[in-house]
Design a binder for this molecule. Structure first.
Ligand SMILES: NC(=O)c1ccc[n+]([C@@H]2O[C@H](COP(=O)([O-])OP(=O)(O)OC[C@H]3O[C@@H](n4cnc5c(N)ncnc54)[C@H](O)[C@@H]3O)[C@@H](O)[C@H]2O)c1
Length: 253
């Protein structure tokens, strides 16, 4: 199956690194104009440079997804630059926990829910009016396999990703007849800075990481990017409200 897109403009939050950068590059490789957004200015501009070097078109817009006014300004900048928004990958996220539930702090809870849940909600809140005005589009939110089941020593993160799936399913049903599709991608362990930071904090995690996937390895960022592009493309026109595990079989066990 070849991917086909009706629209021209894709937005990626958390686009400075990891899964977001790989997906921004993949959108650009399909000929889409890409708005790369992140709080990490150097990383975001680096993604734009990679896209430009490969012959693609992109801009960077700094945005903290926890700030309503900044998210609104991001959508305004997207329309001001490219005239429209067709596909949004709401991917910015953090993981900062180091212990079991009773060892967590209020600050950790507020930060995790702020970025991972409020951030996705604010992005959709400001994207959906644009998509309604244009007659449709597709949104993909980054959840996790931690949003599909338990995640020991990551309980707040797990709750935040369950919430992302709740937002995704509810929005999908609310706007299904308006030709706006909303899906979530649920990666297992993917080789990114987030994984490497967790690995440094707890070396045992790395030992378990490969073994928890039936395929015998952790995932690559490109393997999430291709799932996101599928969920956005016209071939997925009948797919909405779905939480797609991209996990090397981890949730099949
Ligand atoms: N790496 C994994 O194993 C894995 C597994 C499942 C889900 N995920 C999810 O995938 C997404 C991407 O993670 P990654 O592994 O590429 O991590 P990453 O740390 O490499 O990238 C996350 C990006 O989000 C940005 N970000 C953080 N807070 C932000 C904010 N308030 N506003 C805007 N941008 C912000 C960071 O600057 C960073 O560039 C996250 O939502 C994460 O929870 C990752």
């Amino acid at each position: 199956m070849s991917l086909s897109f009706s629209g021209q403009v894709a937005l990626v939050t958390g686009g400075a690194a990891g899964i977001g950068r790989a997906t921004a590059l993949a959108f650009a490789n399909e000929g889409l104009k890409v708005v790369v957004s992140d709080v990490d200015v150097a990383g975001g501009e680096g993604t734009v440079e990679l896209i430009s070097a490969a012959g693609g078109e992109a801009i960077f817009v700094r945005c903290d997804v926890t700030r309503d006014a900044e998210v609104k300004a991001l959508m305004d900048a997207t329309v001001a630059t490219y005239g429209r928004l067709d596909y949004a990958f709401n991917n910015a996220g953090i993981e900062i926990e180091k212990g079991k539930l009773a060892e967590g702090s209020e600050a950790e809870f507020d930060a995790l829910i702020g970025v991972n849940v409020k951030g996705v909600w604010l992005c959709m809140k400001h994207q959906i009016p644009l998509l309604l005005a244009q007659g449709g589009g597709a949104i993909v939110n980054t959840a996790s396999v931690a949003g599909l089941g338990a995640a020991p020593k990551m309980s707040i993160y797990s709750a935040s990703k369950h919430a992302v799936i709740g937002l995704t399913k509810s929005a999908a049903v609310e706007y299904a007849k308006k030709k706006i599709r909303v899906n979530a991608v649920c990666p297992a362990v993917i080789d990114t800075d987030m994984f490497r930071r967790a690995h440094e904090a707890d070396p045992k995690k790395a030992e378990f990481a490969a073994a928890m996937h039936p395929v015998g390895r952790i995932g690559k960022v490109e393997e999430i990017a291709s799932a996101v592009l599928y969920l956005c493309c016209d071939g997925a026109a009948f797919t909405t409200g779905h939480a797609l595990a991209v996990d090397g079989g981890a949730t099949a066990i």
